[in-house]
Design a binder for this molecule. Structure first.
Ligand code: SAM
Length: 267
């Protein structure tokens, strides 16, 4: 397998040719069982069983190619999450389920807001590792202004803000910020901001900020990151910017072309 390459391929066939335990981080954003036929790819299935069989074969291969210290993120939504979770538990082991991440995609408008129900406002990302020994780098967000005002109330002679701790002073400029938890409210989806400059116009494209967070948390520089449903290449672009090695796979020629343009590489 050549690294830093996007492959135009059916991902199951592609993965079956890979050696075992070679990848550090896998993120996938597969069809969600939404019943929508996007122009670029179809998410129409004859039955839930057909969809779950498709996913099971592929997740099994992803588990095989992942290193013992590797991590796996499956992006999905309420369409099939309650069916995908037991499937992943079976493949990875229930003990290796780490977190359910809720990504608040923001409020939708237009026809999606007309449903006779609560308006859909989040995606779910299931996070698994292959074992108990895995990479995890905690992520932080800057403190909110009101939090700083309330908590860092004291000022040094040289103007540095701090708060009092049992063991002394904690300076604001030495504090990492607020730990990122498992509910992500700070990243907008292209469903709500379609005019973003970063948007490449690929259906269901994810923002790079989302993938940067995952790549930073679950890999280190030089590690290998893979996305076997890579679409417009959001994961591999984040991996490239963060000095990871990467591979992308998609069976849609348009997606692969877009990845090439986006990464500015000729594979
Ligand atoms: C939801 S999109 C991924 C979007 C991507 N996360 C992004 O940010 O652009 C799912 C992708 O999986 C691809 N795909 C679906 N089935 C596939 C298969 N069996 N092998 C390879 N790619 C597949 C589709 O062509 C589509 O581009």
């Amino acid at each position: 397998m050549k690294l830093n390459t996007v492959y135009l391929a059916e991902n199951l066939e592609f993965m079956r040719k890979l050696e075992s335990e070679i990848i550090d981080l896998i993120y996938i954003d597969p069809p969600f069982y939404s019943g929508v036929d996007y122009k670029e790819f179809s998410d129409l299935w004859n039955s839930l069983t057909e969809y779950l069989d498709f996913m099971k074969l592929r997740i099994k291969e992803m588990h095989r190619v992942l290193k013992k210290t590797g991590s796996f993120y499956l992006h999905c939504d309420a369409s099939a999450i309650f069916d995908l979770k037991p499937l992943c538990d079976e493949i990875f082991g229930r003990n290796n389920f780490r977190k359910e991440i809720i990504w608040n995609v923001g409020s939708v408008s237009g026809f999606k807001s007309q449903v006779k129900s609560w308006v859909r406002q989040h995606d779910t990302i299931l996070y698994y590792t292959k074992s108990e020994n895995f990479t995890f780098n905690k992520q932080y967000l800057p403190y909110r202004e009101d939090y700083i005002k309330t908590m860092f109330r004291y000022k040094d002679e040289d103007g540095r803000l701090y708060r009092k701790r049992r063991r002394g002073k904690q300076y604001l400029d030495e504090s990492p910020g607020t730990l990122v938890g498992d509910v992500w409210n700070d990243i907008f989806s292209y469903q709500t901001i379609t005019r973003s400059k970063e948007y490449h116009g690929y259906p269901t494209e994810k923002p790079e900020k989302l993938l940067k967070r995952i790549v930073l948390a679950s890999s280190n520089e030089g590690d290998i990151v893979a996305d076997f449903f890579c679409g417009s290449g959001t994961t591999i672009s984040a991996a490239e910017r963060l000095n990871r090695k990467w591979i992308g796979v998609d069976n849609n020629p348009k997606a692969v072309e877009l990845c090439k343009k986006r990464l500015g590489v000729n594979f």
